[in-house]
Design a protein around this ligand. Structure first.
Ligand code: NAD
Ligand code: UD1
Length: 354
């Protein structure tokens, strides 16, 4: 199959390209590199063993998307391309709606016109807002608390409407919990620009000496150690679920909306200590005030994904920390560093370097 991966140069999309290629699919990336680097392409080539096709384009341009579909015959689409910073979405709601909704509508229209009827969509646990109880299953009340989350909810609803009106159209809304970690080669990973908003990349940068200490946002939550609990999921497990979801759609079994998490909640302090054990680095931290909008506990009931897709996570928090640290330590400045010497090393040598 030929799969269009929108946002395939980004953190999760690049890992999905690897999983798709391993499954034997041809991959075409479409990305405007607004939050990624073209340098990821050489690294993907290094991992996959063949060049990855990539088209630089902005999904907000209807004509560019139409031209893309005129040039290729896609069997399915994975749609990762979105803006994702919660804080920024409060400051720029129009930009978020334009990018995440208008861009996706252009994509859906082009798919419709080209008769491409299989879509895997990146949604988020953010659609549950402040959950009434944990673990969260897919029947839980949907209640977004920020403009970014609203774009995800609107897109899920629009996709559901399309599935309802076009019987040939099949889609999977995948609600990610907290993706972390990196490909075991350390060649691709999460490369946030500026100060990381999320916990794992921040910890990595403290370990690498780029930041002096971690600020832990509150230790007075009603959790065993007082810090916030989340469901961290290894990005390799996450993208394996995408391939399973695509298989499910191709079998014509129906549409899907499922949580992707481990089902296990981990506190901020537990993650810090797991990282220290996996990396051998110490992570200085201080407890500061709670972050606005944070909630005490968010973790998934992932049993529906297991029932429908036969998928469950395999990698534990040690593997998440080990692989995040390998990526960070090989690439202290993310994709700023050219592939250089890494290019000629056998992959297993890179894997054992960190
Ligand atoms: P990312 O920013 O690393 O990747 C997104 C990619 O899409 C980037 O390469 C960016 O350049 C591209 N892009 C954005 N807008 C575009 C446009 N208009 N046209 C073309 N390309 C565009 O983000 P990620 O962490 O890989 O997230 C992927 C998806 O998963 C997003 O939809 C995000 O909302 C969702 N998600 C992510 C997380 C997370 O913690 N990373 C959690 C839940 C959901
Ligand atoms: C956040 C977003 C969510 C988004 C997800 C992935 C909010 C409210 N939620 O989730 O919509 O889908 O990122 O992009 O922004 N923490 C610290 N110090 C830090 C960073 C985080 O203590 O420097 C704590 C947080 O308080 C939280 C936990 O670590 O308890 C995880 O935070 P984070 O990685 O930002 O993820 P979420 O808040 O779960």
């Amino acid at each position: 199959m030929c799969v269009l991966v929108c946002g395939g140069a980004g953190y999760i999309g690049s890992h999905a390209c690897v999983a798709l290629a391993e499954r034997g699919h041809r991959v075409v990336i479409a990305d405007n590199f607004s939050n990624s680097s073209p340098r990821v392409l050489l690294r993907l080539q290094r991992i996959i063993g063949a060049p990855v096709e990539c088209e630089r384009l902005d999904l907000r341009s209807k004509s560019a998307v139409a031209r893309l579909f005129a040039r290729h015959r896609f069997d399915a689409v994975m749609h990762f391309a979105a803006l994702k910073a919660v804080g920024e979405s409060f400051a720029q709601p129009l930009a978020y709606f334009e990018n995440n909704i208008c861009g996706a509508i252009n994509l859906l229209r082009a798919m419709h016109e080209a008769g491409v009827a299989r879509l895997v969509f990146s949604s988020s646990a953010t659609v549950y807002g402040d959950p009434q109880s944990v673990p969260i299953n897919e029947q839980a009340r949907l209640d977004v608390t920020n403009p970014y989350g609203r774009t995800k909810l609107v897109m899920e609803q629009l996709i559901d409407d399309l599935c309802g009106t076009d019987a040939s159209f099949r889609a999977a809304n995948l609600r990610y919990f907290n993706p972390v970690g990196a490909h075991p080669s350390g060649l691709i990973g999460e490369d946030p620009s500026g100060i990381p908003n999320n916990l794992m990349p921040y910890i990595c940068q403290v370990a690498a000496g780029r930041r002096s200490k971690l600020s832990i946002f509150g230790d007075d939550y009603p959790t065993p150690d007082g810090t916030g609990i989340r469901d961290y999921i290894h990005v390799m497990d996450l993208v394996r679920a995408h391939v399973a979801a695509l298989d499910y759609l191709m079998r014509g079994e129906g549409n899907l909306t499922v949580n992707l998490g481990t089902g296990r909640g981990i506190s901020v302090l537990e993650l810090v200590h797991a990282f220290e054990r996996a990396s051998g680095c110490s992570i200085p931290y201080e407890i500061v005030a709670r972050r606005r909008g944070d909630v005490a506990q968010v973790y998934a009931d992932p049993s529906l994904a297991h029932r429908l897709l036969g998928w469950r996570t395999r990698l534990d928090v040690h593997a998440m920390c080990r692989d995040a640290w390998r990526w960070q330590s090989i690439n202290p400045d993310g994709y700023q560093r050219p592939l250089g010497k890494l290019k000629s090393l056998p992959l297993d040598a890179i894997e054992t370097k960190a």
